[in-house]
Design a protein around this ligand. Structure first.
Ligand SMILES: [Zn+2]
Length: 255
């Protein structure tokens, strides 16, 4: 408990130092609970939100990640960042340094990624073109990165996590990340998981993300996925069934 208070104090002073000039995020948004996994209050989730059609930079439930934890400007849901900080500090004590490479991406950003790759693979038939992109990138409005709950950590290459340093990081995450609410959702496909390939770097904060997925499955249909090049393929590729829901069994069962 004393340790938790110490970490919290450090975090609070860090926040007040870092953002006092911007006046955007008051310090009192930080939860005093030691537990990073806390029951989430009733959320007001909207279709536009789960489809990524919002501006996280002006959304008060989002916060900019400190340069100490990321290599570029990144935003996350505040509760997710708070849980990440606890995980980060615990990892540091075990000589593991976590770095956030990617956090929230909204519809427009995902659309830019998608369409850049769509043009790159223009030699392929539409369905193969989409499948090629979908090995690692989501269709706009179907990405967990829209939600501010998902992080890419340390390296975007699975082979890195087999190297000495990378394996130590991955092993630590496998052993500990769940204590802070984070789970690898794009696990091996050998047991029948559909969708994206294995991503050892992608970790999802399930206390929030599982609620967003539940809302998504109850409220979003394939007709909501549109407004970018190649969107017509979404139906044929079962984007919602096989990709949005193509997560580990552990993540599916989480609640
Ligand atoms: Zn990712």
């Amino acid at each position: 408990m004393n340790l938790s208070i110490a970490i919290f104090s450090l975090f609070t002073s860090f926040l007040s130092f870092n953002w006092s000039t911007t006046k955007i995020y008051p310090v009192n948004i930080v939860k005093t609970e030691a537990d990073s996994i806390k029951p989430v209050e009733k959320l007001s989730i909207t279709k536009a939100f789960v489809l990524g059609k919002f501006d996280y930079k002006t959304d008060t439930t989002f916060i900019k990640v400190s340069a100490q934890h990321s290599a570029k400007p990144i935003y996350l849901n505040k509760d997710v960042y708070s849980a990440f900080l606890e995980m980060y500090n615990a990892a540091l004590k075990d000589d593991v340094q976590l770095v956030i490479l990617s956090g929230t991406r909204n519809f427009e950003e995902q659309k830019a990624i998608w369409e850049r790759k769509w043009h790159r693979y223009s030699i392929l038939k539409p369905i193969e073109r989409a499948q090629k992109i979908l090995e690692y990138s989501s269709m706009p409005s179907s990405s967990r990165h829209h939600w501010g709950t998902d992080l890419d950590l340390n390296s975007l290459s699975n082979s890195y996590f087999s190297s000495e340093k990378g394996k130590a990081i991955y092993d630590w995450l496998i052993l500990n990340a769940h204590k802070f609410g984070f789970y690898q959702v794009y696990t091996t496909k050998e047991n029948g998981r559909t969708g994206y390939n294995l991503e050892k770097w992608h970790w999802s904060y399930l206390p929030l993300a599982h609620q967003y997925l539940e809302f998504y499955n109850s409220n979003i249909s394939i007709d909501d996925i549109n407004d970018f090049e190649g969107f017509e393929i979404a139906k044929e590729l079962h984007i919602i069934e096989d990709y949005v829901n193509g997560i580990s069994q552990q993540a599916k069962n989480y609640n």
